[in-house]
Ligand binder design. Structure first.
Ligand code: SF4
Length: 365
């Protein structure tokens, strides 16, 4: 927190209006899951085969300068040089979130050393049944939780990373928070899903009003022991207590195509350098207020958490609101308790993409 706070204060003192907070570094697009709500793996085979080299990763990290690096994909543990990449990022004192579905974590954990800079951010979309449905893989939850236990036992930092779609059961999500805290994770990250036009499942993306309603039910009447790995003001944004414009440059994306315009979710071209990305993207065309239909329902973490963090450091009011949200974060709300009792629409049926053994074998190559 101190590293991030001092970084932001330095940016403000330097008068920088657009500064990155987290680099989204996608070293590959291959994955050993094919989740129904994912828009990242529908590339042709020759693109899926590509990897960023460690040197390309380090150059991007240095160009960008963000204090935190999130390493999603694809599944980063399938990258043949992932150990080297993470070691290089730790040496550069970047706070790294290695975003993994954890199917290969036990097998590859020897590639990593526990460090305060490295966190395994494990993709879990809820309790066992909900997660397996969301990732279209029966047994995925149990493999991931087993690997998380092993990582915790070895002294690694472990957090969760949960994407919620329409039909998510708020009661079950709250029970999932209890399970994760009991397991010993350090914090939990949440985001509503984005309606990727390439995702196989187009029926279960959330509109903004439904997103706020769902997060109000989930995050009100909060238990004291729940730890979230997110800005408290971003959580209030999800609950409909605050509005923010999108800050797409706050979490810029670098992948095998270059610097992606304008954000992690959309692909309106690429830039060769981070400076070029900042200078040549028409930022006014993006964000909910822009009228861009691709942004209309978006409330995702990669667009709006940087806005919430910026709000904390932009005024005394923002700072005090963050302190209040951190210290008095029970959010008692009787209407939200009633929402928890509403009957839930069933989520989509399980689509089994491949058997566990076949797919795991494919990924060991
Ligand atoms: S609103 Fe969402 S899709 Fe649009 S630029 Fe921001 S993060 Fe990207």
């Amino acid at each position: 927190m101190w590293t991030v706070a001092s970084y932001i204060v330095r940016q403000k003192l330097a008068g920088r209006k657009q500064y990155p907070l987290v680099l989204m570094l996608e070293p590959l697009f291959r994955c050993n899951l094919a989740c129904a709500g994912c828009g990242k793996i529908q590339y042709p085979a020759h693109i899926l085969k590509k990897d960023l080299s460690p040197e390309e990763c380090f150059r991007a990290v240095e160009e960008c300068g963000a204090p935190m690096v999130s390493v999603p994909g694809g599944e980063p543990l399938m990258h043949p040089q992932i150990g080297e990449i993470i070691e290089g990022l730790v040496a550069r004192k970047k706070y790294i979130y290695l975003c993994t579905n954890a199917l290969l974590l036990k097998e590859k954990i020897h590639l990593f050393q526990p460090s305060k800079y490295l966190t395994f951010s494990v993709h879990l979309d809820g309790q066992r049944e909900e997660h397996d449905l969301a990732v279209c893989r029966e047994g995925g939850y149990d493999i991931a939780v087993d690997a998380m236990r092993e990582a915790l036992r070895r002294g690694f930092r472990v957090t969760t990373n949960t994407t919620l779609f329409d039909g998510a059961n708020p009661k079950s999500v709250r029970a999932f928070f209890d399970e994760m805290m009991e397991l010993g994770v350090e914090g939990m990250m949440l985001s509503p899903g984005y309606s990727y036009d390439k995702a196989p499942d187009q029926k279960h993306f959330l509109g903004r009003a439904r997103t706020r309603r769902m997060f109000r039910a989930i995050l009100s009447n909060r238990k004291k022991n729940w730890q979230f790995n997110l800005s408290p003001l971003f959580l209030e944004f999800l609950m409909g207590k605050r509005t923010y414009p999108c800050t797409p440059w706050g979490m810029p994306t670098y992948n095998v195509f270059g610097w992606q315009k304008p954000c992690y979710l959309l692909q309106d071209g690429y830039a060769e350098t981070f400076a070029e990305l900042l200078a040549t993207t028409e930022w006014s065309r993006y964000g909910t207020e822009s009228g861009n239909p691709a942004c209309a329902n978006c409330m995702v973490h990669s667009g709006y958490e940087a806005s919430a963090v910026n709000a904390t450091f932009s005024s005394l009011g923002g700072f005090l609101a963050t302190v209040k949200a951190t210290l008095f974060s029970g959010y008692r709300d009787d209407e939200a308790l009633r929402l928890l009792e509403e009957p839930q629409t069933a989520v989509h049926p399980l689509v089994q993409i491949a058997t566990t053994s076949e797919t795991l074998q494919e990924t060991r190559a």
